[in-house]
Structure formats: C-alpha cells, structure tokens
Design a protein around this ligand. Structure first.
Ligand code: GTR
Length: 412
C-alpha cells in the first residue's frame, strides 16, 4: 500500500520559474571534515578524488581503470573527402580477441591542410555514422537505434544517411583546421533498459573486472569516448594534447563524465545536456532525478533513483561535476526552446563551478547575470543560451570553434 501511494505522489516536471523552491548547494570547496580547500594542490590531491568518487558511487557508477590491449583496423582511407579538403578514415576498434563483436566504428575527418597535427573534436552520434554525412561509403549501423529520422522499428535505414548533417558541420570544422571524430553510441550499448545485456558492460565485464550493475550506460558511453581518444593519440595527424570532447543532450552528459574521468581531454563541451549533465539537480525545474531515472533507469547507477524524491540528500550536485573538469576549458550551452534541460540551472551550475577554476587562476563565467540569447559569456568556463529548440546548430558550433581557437595551443 505504501509503495502505491509513493507512486501516486511522483512529481512531474516544474516549468514555472515562480515555483522553483529554495535550495542549498553543497560547497565544492568544503571537505568531508568541514575544512575549506584554498589551493589548487589541495583540490587536486584531496577534494577532487573525493568528489569524483561520490559521482561514481551515486550517479554514474565505477569507472573501470583496467588497461586493455585495444587493436584497430583502418578499413578505408579517402584522401579526397569533402572536395579534397579532408582525409576521411573509417576505423574499427577492437577490445578483445575473444569477442570481436565488442567493437567501435570510428569515423574520422582530418583537414588536408595544415599538414601538421591538428586539434580534433570527438563526439558520439545518436543514429550511426551514416547519419552525420551523406556518404554511401559509410556502412549503415545495424545496431539498435532510438526513434529518429530514417529510423524504422529501431533500425537505421538508407533514409537516415546524412539526416543529422546539420548537427555536424564537418566542412566548416575542417576549413577551420580542426578534425572531427565520431562514433555511434549504440555500438557500445543499446539505449534501452536491457541494452547492457548485449553491450560492452556484459561483453567486457571479465576483461575490465567490473560487473554490469557496478556502472551504467552513461559510464560505459563515457568510457568508450576514452577508448576513441586512445586511438586518436596514436594517429600521427592528430594533436594528442588537443582532443576536445563534445556531446549533445544525453551524449552531453556522457561527454561531461568522460571529461571528468579522463584528464587527457583538453576541452569539454556540453550542448544542452540538462538533468544528469550540466543542470543542477537541486533546482527543481524541468526534468528531475525522479523523471529521468523513471524513463532511463539504465543511464545511471541504481542508487541515483533513491534521490528522486529528495535530491538534497545527494552528496553532490552537477556544478561539482563541472568543477571536476577544472582547469580545462569548459563550454556549457543551452537553448531557450529547451526548458526541459533547465537552461538557468545549466548556467548556475557553470557559475558555481567557478570557485574551483579560480583556485587555478582561471576565470569562469565572470558574471551572476543570466545572459540574453546569443550573448556568450565567460573565459575558461563559457556559456550561451540561444534562441531555438533542443538541437545542435551552426550557431552552437561557431561558438565552440571560437572557444577552441582561443584555447588550443596548436590552433591553426
Ligand atoms: C530526453 C531526456 C533528456 C535528454 C534528451 C536527449 O528524453 O529526458 O535527459 O537527454 O532526451 O538525449 O535528447
């Protein structure tokens, strides 16, 4: 009877600013014994590992640190891609000899000029590599795909070719001297509650010495981003110190967790990642822990849903996830038409990560005022909200390219 009542009391999303209740955020600089962190060294040695571990325990699950002997095969190289401005490589990454089904298909575009190593944006895609550009040489993914253009009964069809091209302005990225690497997140784990059964969490559990329930879909997607980075570090045309991890929406959540988990990522970009990503959980606006864990139980470790009715009991909030990326450049972006992701909660989260950046002498947003649309703000933490819907647009990419231009040492 009690549990039936609890179900009936479940909260729906609040979308009215006037109805946001007061909340208090945990201070990223306060240690578990109540001391205050005052130096970058104390942060790196004491507080950062402590907070990172809290995210492992309560949100994304344990991040396996066991090294694998990854192998790869370059299946196709096209040096004349995009009107001969780029080289396109299709690469398969294998993680174990015994189960060759555990594989990632990486699609990599590198500018033909400049000839030297270049910075590369890395991001997962939602519908398969064939969806990011219309190129018949890219095999259509055979994996489970969520609903979308050109997807029929959770399978990608010919009609999905290039259907996401507007979210991946590859020509512009190349013309600015950057590379782009992407893979399909469904290669790693199908995005459904039982996806783990056929995904990497099951296939690699012995090798990585981790049981599927010890981590989450978000965890294994983030882990896969790190393996793609392992490959990129070996590619002679990639600047291994300038791999910039980017993600949209649920894949933005994974990009943030990858950036927090792996300091090799030189920059992190969260495009409308929302709840469980950049947005504060304690700020009750838009999607909340209750709703996200109800719809997507597999995204997080099981413990996370216990905070659905009481986010204040969670020892972390998402500004602390952003703080884990310090002192590396971080971009958080929202859209006005995407209230579900709580733009203001994303802005405030970026704002409250700033004290950690300041320990390193790096300025963050530098303002408490929520900006108007198309008015990016901030130095090492940068934020914008734009008009329009939940999406990745040319405007968003233009900001990321400018931000990268400002912070990449080997910029063109
Ligand atoms: C929604 C989910 C969000 C966001 C989004 C997306 O259904 O509630 O957290 O991740 O999907 O990935 O597009």
């Amino acid at each position: 009877f009690l549990s039936i009542q609890a179900t009936a009391q479940r909260k729906e999303a609040n979308l009215s600013e006037a109805n946001v209740p007061a909340y208090t955020l945990p201070d990223p600089l306060r240690t578990k014994d109540g001391k205050v962190i005052t130096t970058a060294q104390q942060w790196t040695q004491i507080q950062r590992p402590y907070i990172y571990h809290l995210f492992e325990e309560h949100v994304y699950g344990r991040f396996p640190r066991k090294a694998l002997s990854m192998t790869y095969k370059v299946n196709r190289v096209d040096p004349y891609a995009l009107d001969s401005t780029a080289t396109c490589k299709q690469i398969t990454l294998y993680f174990t000899k015994s189960d060759t089904l555990a594989q990632l298909h990486l699609l990599l575009y590198l500018p033909n000029k400049p000839k030297r190593r270049v910075p590369v944006f890395l991001g997962m895609n939602f519908y398969g590599n064939q969806s990011v550009i219309n190129d018949p040489s890219i095999p259509i993914t055979t994996g489970y795909t969520v609903k979308g253009p050109g997807i029929v009964d959770n399978r990608a069809t010919e009609a999905s070719r290039g259907a996401q091209a507007s979210q991946w302005p590859i020509k512009d990225i190349i013309s600015r001297g950057y590379g782009l690497a992407t893979f399909f997140y469904g290669d790693v784990e199908a995005d459904k509650p039982d996806g783990w059964q056929t995904g990497f969490r099951t296939r690699l559990q012995e090798l990585l010495d981790i049981r599927p329930e010890e981590w989450s879909a978000m965890g294994v997607w983030a882990w896969a981003l790190c393996r793609a980075l392992d490959y990129l570090e070996m590619d002679k045309r990639v600047d291994p110190d300038q791999v910039l991890v980017m993600g949209h929406s649920r894949l933005g959540k994974a990009a943030l967790w990858a950036g927090a988990s792996d300091p090799r990522f030189a920059m992190v970009i969260s495009n409308e990642s929302g709840e469980g990503g950049a947005a504060l959980s304690r700020r009750d606006y838009g999607e909340n822990i209750e709703l996200i864990t109800r719809s997507f139980p597999h995204w997080f470790v099981a413990d996370y849903k216990n905070y659905g009715s009481n986010p204040a009991a969670l020892p972390v909030d998402q500004h602390m996830l952003l703080a884990l990326i310090a002192p590396r450049p971080l971009y958080v972006a929202s859209a006005e038409g995407d209230q579900w992701s709580d733009p203001k909660g994303e802005f405030l989260s970026a704002r409250y990560a700033e004290p950690v950046y300041l320990l390193f002498g790096k300025r963050g947003l530098g303002t408490d005022t929520f900006p108007r649309p198309q008015q990016p703000t901030g130095e090492f933490i940068r934020y914008h909200i734009r008009t329009g819907k939940h999406d990745v647009t040319a405007y968003d990419w233009e900001q990321y390219l400018q931000f990268a231009g400002k912070h990449c040492d080997s910029r063109p």
